[in-house]
Design a protein around this ligand. Structure first.
Ligand code: BGC
Length: 409
């Protein structure tokens, strides 16, 4: 048993995204796709967080979180091209105000996978005008929320979005085209860089303290089944494309105040040949392996959080862990996951990485995209029939860490 102390000003919290929890997001490309694609569950009312946010924020306060990550649903705020809904903008003002009133720092994401339907009909992120469309939305939201928000995340996990939506095509718009993926990559990067500058300009013009603007970079750990030249080359290529390409583009453009890190799992690289598809995708998937997995079959590998954090040290920017979590029906397992990962966070801090906060994914069970409502990532359990919230034991244990900054275990 050891005791670990985190810094006094460390940010502790949990995350959600609008589409996964709010409910009734019917103007989005995801809703259109869900209806036609035969998905496991329709998102529908989700957790009805849109109406219950105050009750949910009371729970967050009782758990001692000092920050909360949420996203704004673009399709609500701008239901038609160039037409903004003042009512929905005011909703988000009320949301961030409700957090501030409870002493909780809002961390706001502008784009978390979903797009307005009108935007996707114009070609979505393939359209050369995509960045301009996004900026006009970003300007409205940032201007409206700037008085209460200091931490911004512009785009959540660009590589994950690209991979699922444009490479393997299992998310809308279901493309399998590296060429289109490249166009979308460029447009997302362009949008991020322009939005970064825009956000800083808005704060400057309003005489507000400088904001912290970042990204949520998903980093996957790539370990080798056998340490040979081919696997090492494959791991290096995957790391470069999946973990670094977007990040390096933003670093080169000086468009980050901090690096947001989302970390969940690793892949065991097992390239069967020098063929490009083998180098990019072959993994070792032996179910008999003596490795703990979450309910979606992802390896639980805390060491990967340590190595991911260490790999970010060279950028000399603060690192904010914006997502780390487990879906499981076994809540003891959830606590063990949090504990083991927090130990790695602290070890990386001891080794010189400036980590400013840790956000667990997710505050509550929610709509896990194409996997529907079955995976339970939440610190809080949601009964989707009654919408009743129940705080899990793991949340209570995490709450002690949030309140004291001390980890015993
Ligand atoms: C995403 C979340 C998602 C979580 C678990 C992250 O990649 O940002 O929206 O629910 O992983 O799959």
């Amino acid at each position: 048993m050891s005791t670990i102390q985190f810094p006094k000003d460390f940010l502790w919290g949990a995350a959600t995204s609008a589409y996964q929890v709010e409910g009734n997001n019917y103007n989005s490309d995801w809703w259109e796709w869900e209806k036609s694609a035969g998905v496991k569950d329709l998102s529908g009312l989700a957790c009805n967080h849109y109406e219950r946010y105050e009750e949910d924020f009371d729970l967050i306060r009782s758990l001692g979180h000092n920050c909360h990550r949420l996203s704004v649903e673009w399709s609500r705020v701008e239901p038609e091209d160039g037409v903004f809904s003042q009512k929905e903008i005011e909703h988000y003002i009320k949301v961030v105000t409700a957090l501030k009133e409870r002493g909780i720092e809002p961390i706001v994401t502008l784009h978390h996978f979903t797009n307005p339907l009108w935007f996707s009909k114009l070609g979505g992120w393939e359209n050369q005008d995509a960045s301009r469309c996004f900026l006009s939305y970003a300007e409205r939201i940032v201007s409206a929320l700037s008085g209460s928000v200091r931490y911004w995340v512009i785009i959540n996990e660009p590589e994950v979005y690209l991979y699922y939506s444009y490479i393997i095509g299992i998310w809308p718009p279901q493309e399998k085209s590296p060429r289109k993926a490249k166009t979308v990559f460029d447009n997302l990067a362009k949008a991020h860089i322009a939005a970064y500058r825009l956000i800083h300009d808005i704060y400057k013009k309003s005489g507000l303290a400088s904001p912290f603007v970042g990204t949520a970079q998903h980093i996957r750990s790539f370990t080798l089944r056998v340490n040979n030249l081919r696997n090492r080359a494959a791991a290096a290529i995957r790391d470069r494309i999946f973990n670094r390409m977007f990040l390096n583009t933003l670093i080169r453009a000086h468009a980050l105040d901090y690096i947001g890190l989302n970390y969940y799992t690793r892949d065991i690289v097992d390239a069967q040949s020098w063929n490009i598809n083998s180098l990019l995708y072959d993994i070792y998937e032996e179910n008999a392996r003596n490795i703990k997995k979450n309910d979606l079959g992802w390896d639980i590998y805390p060491e990967g959080l340590f190595t991911s954090l260490m790999s970010l040290k060279k950028y000399r920017l603060p690192v904010f862990i914006l997502e780390n979590g487990i879906c499981t029906q076994n809540d003891d397992e959830r606590w063990r996951f949090i504990l083991s990962h927090l130990k790695k966070v602290h070890a990386a801090m001891d080794s010189g990485v400036k980590v400013i906060g840790y956000i667990y994914w997710s505050l509550m069970d929610n709509f896990e995209w194409a996997d529907g409502f079955a995976p339970c990532f939440g610190l809080i359990e949601v009964d989707y029939r009654t919408m009743k919230r129940t705080i899990r034991e793991s949340a209570k244990k995490y709450s002690i860490v949030c309140k004291t900054g001390i980890l015993d275990g």
